[in-house]
Write a protein that binds this ligand. Sequence first.
Ligand code: ATP
Length: 355
Amino acid sequence: MATLSLKSIRKSYGAFQAVKGVDLEIADREFIVLVGPSGCGKTTLLRMVAGLESITGGDLLIDGKRVNDVEPDQRGLAMVFQSYALYPHMTVADNMGFALRMAGVPKEERRRKVEEAARILQLEPYLERRPGQLSGGQRQRVAIGRAIVRKPKVFLFDEPLSNLDAALRMQMRIELARLHHELDATMIYVTHDQVEAMTLADRIVVVNGGVIEQVGAPMEIYSKPATVFVAGFIGSPKMNLLTGALTGSSVVLDHGETVPLPVRPPLSEGAKVTLGVRPEALAVDPGGSVTGKVTVIEHLGGETLTHIDIGRGRLVTVKTAETAPAAIGDPVKLRPDPGRLHLFGPDGRAVALAG
Ligand code: ATP
């Protein structure tokens, strides 16, 4: 299997820097998910690892060996793309075995490898079908099968589920997690879908504007976002982010209300801060310090999202189990759980609030 080291990796297109110096160590058999908004540089990063883009600066090491100038097919990687690009006139078995045929692998060995991949991907009943006779999810499994038969050291996935509908995405997510377990391979997976990132990753790498904002296990990133950007990006529904100024051990929000903090943070008096509170850590409570009015209620079955206008059109979201805490139009008071507040300083970085 394989380890990867990315050392100060950069990519420029003319004067534009798409990737601005990325350092990342990836352990053998790790499932790394690169996540970030459109245009943040995650696909460029993956394509540099694959050898499909040249590396402008820095070093890429696979198993300790510098591979910046090694041809893609010599790097021991296999990439699965968003568009499956299967040959429509070939059967599933022939599609999966095509790269092996090109590499001159004997027919019997090819058959064995294709059957093994089909077993892992539960594609055995479809081996003689053509891609046009398959569902989207089955086609994507064939594309993954094409990668598996080559026994790569590292699997690279570029938004492989983006073309699938919501139900299939969920099913394929579970299958990818199972696949990682079964193949015991190193995997790097690019997505802009933070639910995929949370559910699949051993470690998530949050990318923004060509730099890494944070690297960590999913729950670490969720519960301890290092920056305002990560706080707002990871989590669905989004974390409520309210701007204000630090006054003693409270934050005076921009529209005048005061939220007490559990401790006095190490910032100067009056510092511009952002207070973060997840929807599940915000309660409708008559003793709360923030006033608002309920504008929209979304019943999602197992949970309910209540959207509350706290003035100047600013909406915050409260998440509750099953029933809404108030009705549309009701004036309410909101109380954040003091133990689950997040504070970000003027530079956008998290400030510890532990006592
Ligand atoms: P998405 O989720 O939309 O695919 P991404 O995070 O994968 O976004 P990249 O495709 O890596 O983003 O692109 C990063 C930046 O580099 C973008 O601003 C993009 O416009 C730019 N870029 C990508 N390829 C080229 C190119 N060949 N020439 C010039 N600029 C490029």
